[in-house]
Write a protein that binds this ligand. Structure first.
Ligand SMILES: [Zn+2]
Length: 152
């Protein structure tokens, strides 16, 4: 069962001074900014100029303790594993810290013990990121390699 929770719309860029701040009369860094190809409302943060779209529904149990949306986390890991972008470059491109990206890989690695979690992550990756069976294998091999590097 997929538990989706609607999350409050906030700036999702961790390096933004207005990161995760609730919007109010005084705090209104997010502005409407057109629509995505799928017709979801898009927003732009006037502080950091990053765009976000709605709805972004959370898998409540997926990365539950993290402040970063699972979507963001998995997108980063897909870029690293499938697109072969180094963590160093990803850091430069996205502003996410290398340590953070690495810790997400470790967290995903820790889910391998649970078939259900692997299933959840796989369905997210194939539905949202369009990964094929073959690419899923590459993704998990990447996660495994990162985990082994950590132990060394
Ligand atoms: Zn921002």
């Amino acid at each position: 069962m997929k538990e989706s929770v609607q999350v409050e719309l906030v700036c999702q860029n961790e390096n933004c001074p207005n990161y995760a701040k609730s919007q109010s009369e005084k705090q209104h860094n997010l502005q409407k900014f057109g629509f995505t190809a799928k017709g979801c409302q898009r927003y732009i943060c006037s502080t950091c100029r990053q765009t976000f779209s709605e709805p972004y529904d959370y898998d409540a149990l997926l990365f539950g303790k993290r402040r970063t949306a699972p979507e963001t986390i998995l997108n980063m890991l897909v870029k690293a594993s499938i697109d072969g972008i180094s963590l160093f470059r990803l850091t430069k491109l996205t502003g996410h810290k290398e340590d953070a990206i690495r810790s997400w890989a470790y967290e995903v690695a820790s889910y391998r013990v649970s078939e259900e979690m692997v299933e959840r992550i796989n369905s997210h990756l194939s539905e949202r990121n369009g990964l094929s069976e073959e690419e899923l294998k590459i993704f998990w091999a990447f996660i495994e390699a990162k985990e082994q590097n950590r132990r060394r």
